[in-house]
Design a protein around this ligand. Structure first.
Ligand code: CA
Length: 697
């Protein structure tokens, strides 16, 4: 890094002597991030992915003067998860359907817009809405992954497409929602799809040409076809049965980090596919590299070490959560660590040179394991939790995790990791009707068991148990420093700044600033729609800015629309940019009060409605919501004009009439009587809306 910095300094000196303009600043990128706190060059700002801004103009004392500098309408009311980048005064951000925007970071004036024109039917292959978490920048180019599995390079100045490569077998339900990273001229990208039956991997592409350089599979394929590498042959020893027929999972859908000194690239690996290990690998086994943190050489993809957080994963306990590199003093010794708060509820501090576990402790209440054995590094499981073919088990955390994709932040000033935490209990139980060929979401777990209870007392007890908080965690002592309870489990990613502040958006539609040391709430701004994306900070002309994208969405909101505060309701997502003394107005979002049509008569018997509910839970719930309550991201079926039109309803469910908008075709799973039973169930939900049942509670 110093060598490179020296080259730039020399270039500046030469240009000063010859009275030419300094070299174009586009030659700076993430490699220079430590020397350029005013930029936000990459997803986690630096290769350490700390999401810590060294800027300190905005402080605990003046944060109450923070006001809107500008806003920009992203033209979509579906999920917005982007981390904007800011490079040399230009902001790069993504919206739904992989549209990329470049804006003047001073004013919000749009410079260019790129639409990769993704096939809308791909929405059927996404677990968690048509989201994207951001782009990468490298040497004057912008890189973006698309939900149809492409990796695209754009000219950062013009938005012109430079190359476009397909990174997946597009006949399979692979998707990309994560941000690429760039290391040593290679663009790194994984994919998602472990709820639909795919085999995970991460690939590296040449940043200039788009040519594939290497690929690292995270789970073994069919041994009879020969393993791609020795490490895959080793991994295959930890699997049983015919796992490859199910894909196996292990998708690398989000987190990466890089240590330039050790020259190690780290990435997090997702859950098994299907979830239920009793189907996927019936005789058990650790199932490497599911739910692991893996270290490889970035030039070749050669395996170096791994640490598996959840051996024999069977609960959707991904280890794809945000990875953070830091130097910590532990028992008097300086340690280079990698840290993660994965879905399984334990916070891990790992030696990033060797993969050795330094410490682990649960950061939320958990009941699937008692602790992590410090000698073996393995969780000590509670036997009932390994549900498989056994009795269902009410478990903490559930499949949404104790922490989902929303990035954590680490402040070297406070030494604390700030985690957007969820507490979402869930009943895991076998799906006796599992068939590998089933359309869409297919995980081998009975989704009806996780449905919100219609019994009032049970519902209120569950709602009280579902929590969300911002947790400040001390990774040295493995204990909480402070916590702030939220009104809802699903909230935004986190930013820490050298001004002693932590910023987080939430389901109350507010961006909030907290004292990083104490958690005291110091400032907030009402965004008019929920926020899940993480804030960033940058500086231009001596002024520090805080930026965040508003916009409500993601898995939790699709499934449990009935659990959220009204303020979170999806409105048009926007980039919101703040500075001290900012006075820009935020226009009111148009009211979107639903017009409820007159309801069709309920003609079916209770038996048919019950059958319809079971079918709805198996095929419809994960997108259209528990009890058919939509969060507003997708059409609320209860108020659909099709609800009273049996033939039109069947043409959508069985005939593919809305396939172009991402609605799957269920003709191979359901017959006409079953489609009709689902319609009758939705009519019953419309006549007694779930959200009205416990009104005033
Ligand atoms: Ca998953």
């Amino acid at each position: 890094m110093h060598k490179r910095f020296g080259v730039i300094a020399l270039a500046l000196l030469v240009s000063a002597c010859s009275k030419e303009a300094p070299p174009p600043a586009t030659h700076l990128d993430i490699v220079d991030a430590e020397q350029h706190p005013e930029q936000w060059f990459s997803h986690g700002r630096t290769y350490s992915e700390q999401r810590f801004s060294p800027l300190k103009q905005i402080t605990r004392d003046n944060v109450d003067e923070l006001g809107l500098a500008w806003s920009f309408d992203l033209g979509t009311s579906r999920g917005i998860e982007t981390t904007p980048l800011v490079v040399n005064g230009v902001m790069y951000a993504t919206a739904t359907w992989n549209v990329v925007y470049a804006l003047d970071a001073r004013t919000g004036q749009p410079l260019w817009r790129f639409d990769p024109e993704v096939d809308r039917s791909k929405a059927a292959d996404l677990c968690c809405d048509v989201v994207n978490r951001g782009v990468a920048y490298w040497q004057g180019k912008i890189y973006t992954g698309t939900i149809d599995g492409r990796l695209i390079a754009l000219d950062a100045k013009t938005g012109e497409k430079l190359w476009d490569v397909v990174t997946v077998d597009q006949s399979k339900p692979y998707t990309i929602t994560g941000a690429p990273r760039v290391v040593k001229g290679k663009v790194l990208i994984g994919n998602g799809g472990a709820e639909f039956g795919v085999r995970g991997y991460i690939s590296a592409y040449d940043a200039d040409s788009g040519k594939q350089v290497w690929r690292f599979y995270t789970v073994p394929g069919n041994p009879q076809e020969g393993h791609e590498s020795e490490i895959m042959a080793e991994a295959a020893k930890t699997w049983t049965g015919r796992w490859w027929q199910y894909g196996g999972g292990g998708t690398v859908w989000d987190s990466m980090a890089y240590d330039p000194k050790l020259d190690l690239l780290y990435f997090g690996v997702g859950n098994g596919s299907p979830w239920n290990q009793a189907i996927r690998s019936p005789e058990g086994g650790d199932n490497l590299f599911l739910s692991s943190i893996v270290a490889v050489k970035p030039d070749t993809g050669e395996y170096v070490w791994h640490y598996q957080t959840t051996p024999g994963e069977t609960w959707d306990y991904t280890a794809t959560q945000h990875l953070v590199l830091a130097e910590l003093t532990i028992e008097g010794a300086k340690r280079k660590v990698i840290m993660q708060a994965p879905k399984n509820g334990f916070f891990y501090v790992i030696d990033r040179e060797t993969g050795e576990l330094i410490s682990a402790n649960n950061y939320v209440p958990v009941n699937w394991a008692t602790h992590i054995d410090p000698v073996t590094g393995r969780p000590v499981e509670v036997p009932e939790a390994r549900w498989g073919k056994r009795a269902p088990y009410l478990q903490l955390p559930g499949p949404l995790g104790a922490h989902n994709w929303h990035p954590t932040a680490f402040s070297p000033q406070t030494g604390l990791v700030y985690i957007p935490v969820l507490e979402t209990p869930y009943v895991y139980g076998d799906d006796e009707n599992f068939q590998q060929s089933d359309v869409g979401w297919n995980v081998g777990a009975n989704p009806g068991l996780g449905s919100l209870p219609s019994d009032k007392a049970q519902y209120l007890a569950l709602r009280a148990a579902v929590k969300g908080r911002l947790l400040a965690w001390n990774p040295v002592t493995q204990k909480p420093a402070w916590k702030v309870e939220h009104n809802s489990p699903w909230n935004g990613g986190v930013l820490a700044t050298a001004g002693g502040l932590v910023f987080q958006g939430n389901a109350d539609a507010k961006l909030v600033a907290y004292d990083a040391a104490t958690g005291e709430r110091l400032w907030d701004h009402f965004a008019q729609t929920g926020i899940v994306a993480p804030p960033i900070s940058y500086e231009l002309d001596g002024e520090q800015y805080i930026a965040v994208a508003s916009g409500w969405g993601g898995a939790f909101t699709l499934i449990y629309g009935g659990l959220f505060p009204a303020e979170s309701a999806p409105g048009v997502g926007r980039l919101l940019v703040f500075k001290l003394g900012g006075k820009a107005p935020l226009s009111e979002l148009a009211s979107r009060a639903a017009t409820k049509p007159s309801l069709p008569p309920q003609e079916a018997t209770a038996e048919v409605i019950a059958e319809g509910q079971a079918l709805y839970n198996a095929s419809c719930l994960v997108c259209h919501g528990d009890h058919a309550v939509s969060s507003g991201l997708l059409p609320d079926l209860r108020w659909s004009p099709l609800l009273g039109l049996k033939d039109a309803w069947n043409s959508v469910v069985l005939g593919g009439a809305r396939a172009g908008q991402g609605m799957p075709v269920f003709a191979s799973d359901l017959d006409e009587a079953e489609s009709e039973a689902i319609r009758q169930y939705v009519i019953s939900e419309a006549r007694l809306p779930f959200e009205d049942r416990f009104e005033g509670e």
